[in-house]
Ligand binder design. Structure first.
Ligand SMILES: Cc1ncc(COP(=O)(O)O)c(C=O)c1O
Length: 483
């Protein structure tokens, strides 16, 4: 390989043809969704050791390499992929990934990627506008208005949550940056908060015991009437409440915490309010579904993953702040926030991110927007949320299955109940399905009861696929019972 433009053309043509075939077969859903081999066999198939020693990849061998690689993947575009909350990526997003891979512009310094930096700022403004935190006339208005919100994109929701928690700490205990975190800081959250929150707090030296659990209902939705008591108790013990964290929606069930009531409590008591909208903030795009996020504008920070419900390839997450000045204090004690220095062209986001070198993440989301428009993305959210409610009704009507709740989003839990309740049995069903590779679903626990779990990410997943899934589960369950 000469590593020149000719190689780029010939090899990418071969790869594109192979990927196109893969996509088409995956979408038809005739083959397995997952075929898991051991790492030893995969290493052999891919000839990892050979390539390491010999090098010399060319267009011909690239075809074999990519074919063998694709044979060992989770087929996200398959209608039977109903597993984790990871986007079935839009083709447009994959193409943006390719462009970045070729040009490699680390855009947190404007001069290292002016187009990528501009596009990130544009999509961040667009996301802020959906919460009501953007004061410009249109997303391409880059002048900083006094009451504007602000935000940046990160490589994933976990980093976005860590950034938001650091911002909350900077607001409550600005000296932490220099002197370390005071040992009396606590946060109030339900025990359904995503584990990346506990990790963030531990990384920040607070230890995950700093989370004071707020009572939830039977379905793990936070009950805001318990906040006052928890707050008063924490204060009486000499603790300082750094933040309240709400889920929009929770990972396990896809149900939304009541943001408005939680937000009012936080605003009344001047407590930082963080909304983890990694999965569910995308409902803001839909006039039908945005009621689920009523009160989100009361937050101080919100995270929102485009690589979950905005059809963007991993990773592309946003951490958004009500007050743009927050960006300046998060990773420094006395930060100033100055995207626009009059003498310099453009804006450097480097001082405001945890990450130093950063990919052109906004470009991936922008390409999806460019393909679908915001209306197309709103429709995607509506279609997946609606389909999940229909799937709920099908499952609940089946004599051998029941669902613990009617879904609010595109996450659905259910159990196989023909032989009574047995956590290990549900898990055995899920594991057998995964080994067979015909369907890919997950499982979760709610109040110590294990359920099977679907996340409907693919608009190709239809009623017939769910009926097929139920038939398969019944077969698997009967076989397991006999063995
Ligand atoms: C509610 C919630 N928050 C945060 C995260 C972490 O996001 P990421 O996987 O992008 O790091 C997830 C991931 O599933 C999530 O469901």
């Amino acid at each position: 390989m000469k590593n020149n433009s000719e190689d780029l053309k010939t090899i990418s043509n071969v790869v594109t043809d192979t990927l196109a075939e893969y996509l088409s077969i995956s979408q038809k859903g005739d083959e397995k969704v997952l075929n898991q081999q051991s790492p030893e066999l995969i290493a052999k198939d891919l000839r990892l050791e050979y390539w390491l020693k010999e090098g010399g990849l060319n267009a011909e061998s690239a075809k074999d390499l990519v074919k063998n690689y694709l044979a060992n993947t989770q087929h996200m575009h398959h209608p039977h992929y109903i597993g984790h909350q990871v986007a079935v990526p839009h083709v447009a997003s994959g193409i943006a990934d390719y462009i970045h891979g070729v040009i490699n512009n680390p855009m947190s310094i404007y001069e290292m990627g002016p187009a990528a930096a501009t596009t990130e700022r544009f999509v961040v403004n667009w996301m802020l506008s959906k919460i009501g935190w953007f004061k410009g006339k249109q997303a391409s208005d880059f002048s900083q208005i006094e009451d504007d919100g602000g935000g940046i994109l990160t490589h994933g929701g976990s980093i976005a949550n860590l950034t938001a928690m650091s911002a909350a700490r900077a607001a409550v205990a600005p000296d932490s940056w220099t002197h370390g975190t005071p040992n009396n800081l606590v946060v109030l959250a339900s025990d359904e908060a995503h584990y990346s929150i506990a990790r963030a707090l531990s990384i920040m030296g607070m230890g995950q015991k700093c989370i004071i659990p707020i009572k939830t209902d039977d379905l793990k939705v936070m009950q805001p009437e318990y906040l006052q008591n928890a707050y008063d108790k924490a204060k009486s013990q000499g603790k300082k409440v750094m933040a309240v964290i709400a889920n929009a929606c929770t990972t396990a069930t896809g149900l939304y915490d009541p943001l408005e009531a939680i937000g009012k409590f936080c605003n009344d008591n001047k407590i930082w309010f963080h909304v983890d909208g990694a999965h569910g903030a995308s409902a803001l795009l839909s006039n039908k579904e945005k009621h689920l996020l009523k009160g989100i504008e009361l937050a101080d920070s919100v995270i929102w993953d485009a690589h979950k419900m905005l059809r963007t390839s991993s990773l592309c997450a946003a951490v958004l702040f009500k007050d743009f000045k927050t960006l300046g204090t998060t990773f420094q004690q006395k930060g100033s926030y100055l995207f626009h220095n009059k003498e310099d062209i453009g804006f450097d986001s480097l001082p405001y991110t945890l990450e130093c070198t950063k990919a052109g993440l906004g470009t991936k989301l922008f390409w999806v927007l460019a393909a679908e428009g915001e209306k197309g993305l709103a429709k995607y959210v509506e279609d997946t949320y609606k389909a999940t409610k229909e799937f709920h009704d099908i499952i609940n009507k089946h004599p051998h299955f029941s669902c613990p709740f009617k879904p609010e989003s595109n996450i659905l839990c259910f159990e196989y109940k023909e032989f009574g309740r047995d956590n290990d049995f549900q898990l055995a069903i899920r594991n057998t399905l995964t080994q067979q590779g015909k369907f890919y679903i997950t499982s979760t626990e709610i109040n110590d009861v294990r359920y099977l779990r679907l996340t409907v990410m693919n608009t190709l997943t239809q009623k017939t696929h769910i009926e097929g899934l139920l038939d398969e589960i019944v077969k698997v369950a009967h076989r397991l019972k006999q063995s």
